[in-house]
Design a binder for this molecule. Structure first.
Ligand code: PGA
Length: 252
């Protein structure tokens, strides 16, 4: 893998601000020697404003609204996130799509607002089990990606997370062929639809842990991970980062 891989932890609705600080102070020490991996943590909004991070660790928000301000009770805007030192924003996570009924149109609005605000999107895509069993995976990926990218022609630094819905939080990760094919399909769709001026990362997400990370990072087309459950414990998250770092060093 020639680009620097990314290991991102999505904490979802977990950790108070004090627990978040504790995690960061532990992980900063454990990962002080990491050079070849970019590490991103995505805490809840309540933790973002007071987290002090430094390289190789960066922060992502788990969501955003596309308007800069206004009467949108419960929402958080891009300028608010930037003021907290956030660099990345996760959008289109399957929990947002399925539990909160976020539409492709909203995801497109968010993507445009993130880019206009100078932050970097982490766009999640992935099929449900039903869609996979009906042979619709490629079609779903095409629709989610092209709908998210409406009116966007150029992207500087694009991170996509392929997260099959049936693999998220279930302990069942997708197999090598499924992951390799989906990543290939995503790359083709992106290359046919927009111009990437810098790097494109396609991360895999769905039940990644310290036992399967070594096999998963070796799959062609996997440029890192988006991790839920296993990112909540500093030691387990750090061991995945170390596995990815070692794999990257091996390729040099
Ligand atoms: P998981 O979650 O690692 O717990 O499966 C992944 C995600 O939701 O991004």
């Amino acid at each position: 893998m020639s680009i620097k891989p990314i290991v991102a932890g999505n904490w979802k609705m977990n950790k108070t601000p004090s627990n978040s600080n504790l995690f960061i102070s532990n992980i900063i020490n454990i990962l002080s020697d990491i050079k070849s991996v970019k590490v991103i943590v995505s805490p809840p909004f309540t933790s973002l404003s007071q987290l002090v991070v430094r390289a190789p660790i960066y922060t992502a928000a788990q969501n955003c609204h596309w308007e800069e301000s206004g009467a949108f009770t419960g929402e958080i805007s891009i300028p608010m996130l930037k003021d907290c030192g956030v660099e990345y924003v996760i959008i289109g996570h399957s929990e947002r799509r399925h539990i909160f009924k976020e539409s492709d149109k909203w995801i497109n609005n968010k993507l445009k607002a993130i880019l206009a605000g100078g932050l970097k999107p982490i766009l999640c895509v992935g099929e449900t089990l039903d869609q996979r069993e009906k042979g619709q995976t490629d079609k779903v990926l095409f629709q989610q990606l092209t709908n998210a990218l409406v009116s966007i022609e150029d992207l500087d630094d694009f991170i996509i997370a392929y997260e099959p819905v049936w693999a998220i939080g279930t302990g069942v990760n997708a197999n090598v062929t499924q992951i390799e094919n989906a990543h290939k399909t995503i790359k083709e769709i992106i290359n046919q639809n927009i111009n990437i001026t810098n790097d494109m990362h396609i991360l895999y997400g769905g039940s990644v842990n310290s036992n399967n990370a070594e096999d998963l990072i070796s799959i062609p087309g996997v440029d890192g991970f988006l991790i839920g459950g296993a990112s909540l414990d500093a030691n387990s998250f750090a061991s995945i980062v170390n596995i990815v770092e070692k794999n990257q060093e091996k390729q040099k």
